[in-house]
Design a protein around this ligand. Structure first.
Ligand code: AMP
Length: 667
């Protein structure tokens, strides 16, 4: 056998196996044998690149990466379908058809929830595949479609030209495997098989598309110069005989049988390996289709019955509460396992306390579940008639199920949050925040390193950072002696950051960098701040009741006290680095304009603020004084218009030296 013959034989063999596997559901060899044979063909083709043809099975795995997709003008548009949601809508549709066709035959197909594609064959060779796009213009995804094993790359006895339309989909089992893998690798899960298929088909790298294992099922001849048939069903049978995987297409003589089929399919949506979102009803006789024609969007001879999302009843056996990385409690329903929309469901989302309260969901209740696009189903409602005796309204715990710290409700929402400063569930995030630039600014302590330290059991609280075993840090993967030394230095340096940054680092709700600075300036030491009463706190500029209460609650908590004492022992500075605020200029608002000679703008601003003044950027009625330097511009004019007193740089110096007098005497 010469090389060409060998190659031909291998291709024939592989095509036959693919056909058996995908179209007949009857594989005759193992995947392993298939892969080995494919590899042999790849080897021969690599040695003889001049013999590679686009229809070779090797081309399914995708060669070159695509830059972007070319546009394809569809020769025959890929139209949409009119939806029907109710029996009356269905009979109205049928009646319109009957005006043209007295006794219509109905072809009935599942509506595959995937992506529509047009596949073009020339002399039996698959030459181009395109997405539907807007129906007129789609994208050329030929390379990716070549990787779909159920699309024949070469068909025998084909007409010169043939364009078929089908639906690309990801089988539910493939989707579940893909998601399981993504979960293992910590990647976000795909919402549903349709999205996964869409993402795969539009991958720029066909190798990735190949790994996703898409499938395709054909439901129409778009164009051909080959044999024609009186009915759609006959043309689909013809496609089947050519080796295409063709959609199920029973034909019914009346609407009653169609309605029955709709109901049956609705109850048994798992009949097919793909998700379906409806049933498609089409007039079978092609000549009559011509008479009915189409609107701008869809043909008048077809309709899509849309099923509502599937719902199932089951028993809510328990509610478990998880604590997220930010401390938010999320209740999750544990339900008696039930088969729903293709998967066995054991959990459902309950969102938050408000959701539970509004629907009055209780442990022991019989509930209705529904999946609508998402992976985890929702509780739609409670079947109150089936409620057993002795149930109680469900309330989320008042203490954190992970660390036991008190739970607080967010001021501005429905979330309940654990307040534990050392809560294990929030550890990575809390420590990362503690070390962040606005807080203790510990270089080299980003989320990845923190995660590592926590996983290795080296830290269980921000306080542990100052007791780190650096020998062990040096042994961690990706770190080493030098990083450990640098981390040690950075931690040492952070000890003297001072009160304001330390307060920010605690991550107390409502207390950001700005509030931390104000508090630090006013109270000067952590111990003074901890002793402050609610009134003292609220007297501080910009600190309201909510912030004050949040502070008091945080300082009162056991975990916070523990953290503070650990930090004290480690020698962390609890002192303010900010000057105490003078009271002399409290309540006065200054605006600076023009060029000052002795101070920079920011210097003057700082000095004024240190005496309790507020320094604003623009002049308004609320401005107490404008300090005008040289070449002052519009702000000066504005001040004059509003009658705001204007002072000079010399006046400013006097004020800063402590010689402030009331407004009237400056005029
Ligand atoms: P819609 O997405 O609601 O516009 O419905 C039209 C879409 O249904 C088409 O673009 C096809 O992608 C899809 N479809 C799935 N299965 C079939 C089928 N058996 N016959 C016709 N269209 C189908």
């Amino acid at each position: 056998m010469d090389i060409q013959e060998q190659i031909n034989a291998l291709r024939e063999q592989l095509n036959l196996w693919s056909h058996q596997y995908y179209d007949q559901d009857a594989p005759t060899v193992s995947d392993y044998e298939y892969d080995m044979t494919l590899r042999e063909l790849e080897r021969l083709e690599a040695e003889h690149p001049e013999l590679v043809t686009p229809d070779s099975p090797t081309q399914r795995v995708g060669g070159q990466a695509l830059d972007a997709f070319q546009q394809v003008q569809h020769e025959v548009p890929l139209q949409s379908l009119q939806d029907v949601f109710a029996p009356e809508e269905l009979s109205a549709f049928a009646q319109r058809v009957q005006e043209v066709s007295a006794k219509p035959q109905w072809i009935f197909e599942p509506k595959v929830d995937g992506l529509s594609v047009a596949l073009e064959y020339v002399d039996g060779v698959f030459v181009r595949g395109a997405t539907r796009g807007d129906g007129q213009v789609g994208e050329d995804v030929t390379e990716n479609l070549r990787t779909v094993r159920s699309i024949p790359l070469k068909i025998k006895n084909a007409p010169h030209r043939l364009i078929v339309r089908g639906e690309c989909y990801m089988a539910r089992t493939v989707f579940q495997k893909l998601n399981a893998q993504r979960e293992e690798n910590g990647k976000p899960l795909m919402a549903n098989p349709r999205n996964a298929a869409a993402g795969s088909l539009r991958q720029l790298d066909p190798k990735i598309a190949a790994k996703r294992r898409l499938d395709c099922i054909i439901f129409n001849i778009q164009l051909t110069d080959g044999p024609t048939f009186p009915t759609d069903s006959a043309s689909l049978d013809y496609l089947g005989s050519l080796g295409f995987p063709v959609i199920d297409h029973p034909v019914y003589p009346d609407l009653a049988s169609v309605s029955k089929a709709i109901a049956e399919l609705g109850d048994d949506r798992e009949r097919y390996p793909f998700d379906i979102d409806g049933a498609v009803i089409k007039l079978d006789t092609l000549e009559q289709r011509e008479l009915l024609g189409a609107t701008a969007k869809f043909p008048r001879w077809a309709a899509a019955w849309k099923y509502p999302p599937e719902q199932k009843e089951t028993v809510l056996e328990d509610i478990v509460v998880q604590v997220g990385r930010t401390g938010v409690l999320t209740p999750k329903a544990v339900v008696r396992p039930v088969h729903l929309a293709g998967t066995t469901v054991t959990n459902a989302t309950l969102h938050n306390q408000d959701f539970i309260t509004e629907k009055d969901i209780r442990i022991g209740d019989t509930v209705i579940l529904q999946k609508a696009g998402e992976i985890i189903p929702q509780v739609v409602s409670v079947v109150k008639e089936k409620r057993p005796d002795g149930t109680k309204p469900y309330l989320l715990p008042r203490t954190c199920p992970v660390c036991g710290a008190p739970i607080a409700r967010d001021e501005d929402g429905a979330a309940l949050r654990c307040t534990g400063a050392e809560c294990p569930a929030q550890l990575v995030r809390n420590i990362t925040h503690f070390a962040s630039r606005d807080a203790m600014d510990i270089e080299g302590l980003g989320p990845a390193v923190v995660q590592q330290l926590v996983e290795e059991g080296l830290i269980a609280s921000p306080g542990d950072l100052y007791n780190l075993d650096f020998d062990r840090v040096a042994q961690l993967e990706g770190l080493g002696e030098k990083s450990a030394r640098n981390l040690k230095k950075a931690l040492e340096k952070s000890k003297s950051q001072g009160l304001s940054r330390l307060l920010t680092a605690f991550g107390i709700r409502q207390v950001g960098a700005k509030a931390a600075q104000t508090l630090s300036r006013k109270f000067q030491t952590l111990d003074r701040l901890m002793e402050a009463t609610e009134e003292e706190l609220t007297e501080t500029e910009d600190i309201g009741n909510i912030t004050a209460r949040s502070l008091i609650q945080w300082f009162a908590a056991g975990q916070s006290r523990h953290l503070i004492e650990t930090l004290r022992t480690a020698g962390i500075s609890f002192e303010s680095t900010e000057q105490p605020v003078g009271e002399a200029l409290a309540g006065k608002t200054f605006v600076l304009t023009g060029t000052l000679t002795q101070y920079s703008r920011s210097e003057a601003k700082k000095l004024l603020e240190a005496q309790g003044a507020n320094v604003a950027g623009s002049v308004s009625k609320k401005t107490s004084y404008v300090i005008a330097g040289e070449a002052a511009g519009s702000k000066l004019t504005k001040a004059q218009e509003l009658g705001v007193p204007v002072l000079t740089e010399a006046d400013l110096t006097e004020i800063l030296e402590g010689n402030f007098r009331e407004e009237s005497s400056w005029r």
